[in-house]
Ligand binder design. Structure first.
Ligand code: DQA
Length: 255
């Protein structure tokens, strides 16, 4: 397993890292959330730019990104445009999406970018290439807000992300019952133990899947999303509670 180092945070070793999303609409809201998260503490902050009202104005976006970087100090920043196809707030053309991510990587203000793995292989590879040239890490992602694919399919999607050159493959799926949560956990364990040469991130969403956001250290998910106020997906716990549970499990769990 090769951990991924961003600033002072090592993703892929020890307690799963906590990533807190910012889902503000205005620059003011976004910076306010950043200051609050800095107080609360987070290993990584995700800026969900699909919520931002000026995301298609390159100048304003760069200005907000710069201020966000300053507000966060040394906390690593993940830039994520979640498309409406995968549960996000806005639709976007592929070429605009690629450029947005490449510009973010080139800005020097972000440490990681999220690229949706099913954007098209060439598009994904070009984001990965630019990001790596800029020293920025890439999380490839896939979301199913309706169901949980079978174990083989989940593993094959994560493998595809690894093959496309992502530093961290990620998948979020919706359980329709408790067995679906077990399927996600089994796929996580299989991928982490047998196939992955890098950290992975997985979660089963909503209340039914909440256990999957807590047990990453056991089954092999390196990072978990926790909310500071407004959650960016169903099932996220509040950061402080999440940190407590992860710490308690870490104390007693041995492989
Ligand atoms: O990909 C993910 C995971 C997520 O959907 C979750 O379920 O916690 C939350 C999103 O903000 C993030 O980009």
């Amino acid at each position: 397993m090769n951990p991924v180092k961003v600033r002072n945070v090592e993703i892929g070793t020890g307690i799963p890292k906590i990533c807190v999303p910012i889902v503000g609409v205005t620059r003011e809201d976004i910076l306010k959330a950043a200051r609050e998260i800095k107080e609360l503490g987070a290993d990584v902050v995700e800026w969900r730019v699909d919520w931002y009202e000026d995301i298609f104005d390159a100048e304003k976006t760069e200005g907000t990104m710069k201020q966000l970087r300053e507000a966060l100090g040394e906390i690593p920043l993940l830039f994520t445009f979640r498309t409406s196809k995968e549960g996000g707030e806005k639709a976007i053309e592929t070429d605009v999406y690629v450029k947005l991510n490449q510009d973010a990587a080139k800005s020097g203000y972000v440490d990681l970018v999220d690229v949706e793995a099913f954007t098209g292989d060439e598009a994904v590879k070009s984001v990965v290439e630019t990001a790596h040239e800029c020293g920025v890490k890439v999380i490839a992602s896939n979301h199913d807000f309706h169901k949980t694919p079978d174990q083989k399919e989940i593993v094959s999607r994560l493998l595809k992300m690894q093959e496309l050159g992502a530093d961290i493959p990620k998948i979020a799926v919706m359980p329709q019952n408790k067995k679906d949560v077990l399927t996600l956990l089994a796929a996580t364990e299989e991928m982490a133990s047998d196939h992955a040469d890098r950290p992975i991130i997985t979660m089963s969403m909503a209340g039914t899947g909440v256990i999957s956001r807590l047990c990453g250290e056991v089954f092999g998910s390196a990072l978990t999303f926790g909310a500071a106020g407004k959650a960016s997906a169903p099932g996220q716990m509040e950061v402080e509670e999440l940190r407590t549970v992860l710490g308690l499990l870490h104390k007693s769990w041995r492989d």
